[in-house]
Design a protein around this ligand. Structure first.
Ligand SMILES: C[S@@+](CC[C@H](N)C(=O)[O-])C[C@H]1O[C@@H](n2cnc3c(N)ncnc32)[C@H](O)[C@@H]1O
Length: 306
């Protein structure tokens, strides 16, 4: 079994880590969602499931990827090993009600009231104001999100990821820096884009170092492909920007091709965007790419009036 970067991982270790190390204070939905799809459930069955191990429900015969496909979406992420630090766990426990939004997941059977998703997405309620909204897809540890939000207080920044410790990190950063314009969304951002965000309502979408899925058989799981780009473009306002970055040369070419092919997106630069022009802070995965000697490509496309 491999992660989205092609690194080998051990499914059993992921299970044990995610389930037993969930910090106190997370409610059942947090743990159930962390125990997400595409692992081998060692409690009762040998096939993949995305149910929490302790609710006693029958396991669905359908593979999680197939359920995603049934909902017309690809599954672009892999469950990640990692536990929350004390600071992250504390931020999640104390501040989730203010900063956090749980993306409803149409795959999930919510067996208990506390495991139900928060509510429908209401950006004004979440941020406490109406301001241009920047969505960061896969914000990871949130360092770039916090940095950009701090430099841009008139716009709101929503960092979305399935990786809860990273969201705890971003919440902790936001609190420490007194950032009022940062919030986090946990879950599959494609559901949020499709079901929670109105067409023409985003000022920008940032996708920094999305999972490269390097194996040919996994490439269909890359987030930058025609259908998801069309969805993102639809949710952008005219003049809104989709900004992608990657350290994977072949994915950069695919991004350029797919973004250029969208009839309502215009490249702000000739080819890749010059790094000094894009005003993007260094991200965690970017550091790793640079350390391994991979070149970085930025792409900035703007939605046209049509
Ligand atoms: C390679 S990491 C990059 C993190 C960060 N942007 C950085 O540069 O350090 C990609 C992140 O995207 C998240 N991700 C991928 N697909 C997602 C989806 N459909 N919904 C939410 N998060 C997703 C993964 O969980 C992972 O944290």
């Amino acid at each position: 079994m491999e992660n989205a970067h092609g690194d080998p991982i051990d499914a059993d270790v992921i299970d044990a880590d995610v389930i037993t190390q969930a910090p106190a204070g997370w409610h059942a939905a947090e743990q159930a969602a962390e125990h997400t799809a595409e692992h081998t459930c060692k409690h009762t069955c040998k096939h993949a499931c995305d149910h929490a191990p302790d609710h006693g429900a029958a396991h669905p015969p359908e593979h999680p990827r197939e359920r995603h496909a049934r909902h017309g979406l690809i599954r672009t992420f892999h469950p990640r090993r990692g536990r929350a630090s004390t600071t992250q766990a504390d931020a999640l426990t104390r501040l989730w009600p203010v900063y956090g939004y749980t993306i409803p997941d149409p795959h999930h059977d919510y067996h208990t009231p506390e495991a139900a998703p928060d509510t429908a997405f209401d950006r004004e309620a979440l941020f406490g104001r109406r301001a241009p909204l920047v969505l960061e897809i896969g914000c990871g540890m949130g360092e770039a999100t916090a940095e950009m939000a701090a430099a841009d207080p008139d716009r709101d920044y929503l960092g979305a990821d399935v990786h809860t410790p990273g969201l705890g990190n971003l919440i902790a950063l936001a609190e420490a820096r007194g950032l009022k314009n940062v919030r986090v969304a946990r879950g599959d951002v494609l559901f949020l884009l499709r079901d929670g965000i109105a067409p023409g309502s985003l000022a920008a979408v940032h996708i920094f170092f999305p999972d490269p899925w390097p194996k040919a058989k996994h490439r269909k799981r890359r987030i930058i492909q025609p259908d998801t780009v069309a969805l993102i473009r639809d949710r952008l306002q005219v003049g809104g920007v989709v900004h992608c970055a990657t350290d994977w040369a072949e994915y950069a070419e695919q991004m350029l091709e797919v973004l250029q092919a969208d009839p309502r997106l215009r490249n702000r630069y000739a080819g890749y965007a010059p790094r000094e022009a894009v005003g993007r802070p260094l991200t965690g995965y970017e550091r790793r790419g640079l350390r391994d000697g991979r070149p970085i490509a930025d792409l900035v496309f703007e939605k046209t009036a049509g």
